[in-house]
Design a protein around this ligand. Sequence first.
Ligand SMILES: [Mg+2]
Length: 366
Amino acid sequence: MVGFDMDHTFVRYKLDNMYDLMHGALCHFLQDMYPKELFVGLNRDQTFEMKGQIFDTVKGHFIAVDSTGNVCSLRHGSGDRIRDTIKIHSEYPEGKWEHFNLARTFSKDIDKYVAFLSAFGIPAAFIIATVIDWIDENENSVENRKKAYRKLVHHVYDGFNHHYDPDSLVLDQGHFFPNIKRNPEKFLHKVPDTLLEFVKILQRQNKKVFLMTNSRADFTEVVCDYALGPGWRSLFDIVVCHAQKPSFFFEEKPFFQTDGILSGGNSTAFLERNEFVSREKSLILYFGDDVNGDVFAPSHFSNWHTVAILEELERPSILNLGFVEHFFNEDKKSFLFSVINQYSRYCVSSVEMIAKFVIAEANSLE
Ligand SMILES: [Mg+2]
């Protein structure tokens, strides 16, 4: 079986427009908690738009760590990135980040840290940095600053919950879902023919092909109706929405079925459903962009093979802004690199790269 995540994997977004939308939405939300002037005319800063950054909530630093928890660089608020070992050691004893063991297992604890692992959270990083600068100017004591950093992260998560609340599509509220529904052409790319051909080749090879997304069924319809066209469901053998990855791979939630689309569920039940059982049931290859939900969890908990999608690799502006250093980190492998290296078979910038290869291979055999 071959499966695809939807957002930022099978379906790609026009990232600049998408990030502008998310940036604007979060700025708008935070205006009720912080001075409005902070956000007026605030443009995005691409130096913050890279996967794998960690925000240390306790200290207010963005840090890059290696695969054993050594801090390789830090950046306080929107300040310069510091790589000086003496300075790093003055903030982190022996250069070690004390919560690395939580992060390496992807345990969520926003009072301690926030890891930016998928495109959905990334635009928040620069906004956090901006507010950190303001907190530093306005809070005199270290204790008060620390409290304010923590509060900020909670405010940002309230903003995520508000804008990404799945009900807001039906209720036509918030900045996110209604905007995409109204102007899909502004935010979404059409799925290229190469991907459609890729799926057909897989099916000709008797592989079942599935789409599995955390997005709910109604949003999946909006996205796929535009990106693939109204008949999109017939392209896939199975569609699973609202999968709630990563917990799909370690909890036992039931499946629900509405109009031929499955929602919820878990990886054990996914294989046990009669119609999915096949000779190759133990072999699943899954493509996805979320380092936890699509790469670490399926591989670690369910032995799925994964292909990591890292769109940053084809964004020259990001590559030039320190992503290469941040990701490959000279001689020390970054945390992000080590996870992708350990838990995925391949890491590519898009599904299309693999599709082209498979199509060329199929053509050469004809
Ligand atoms: Mg995704």
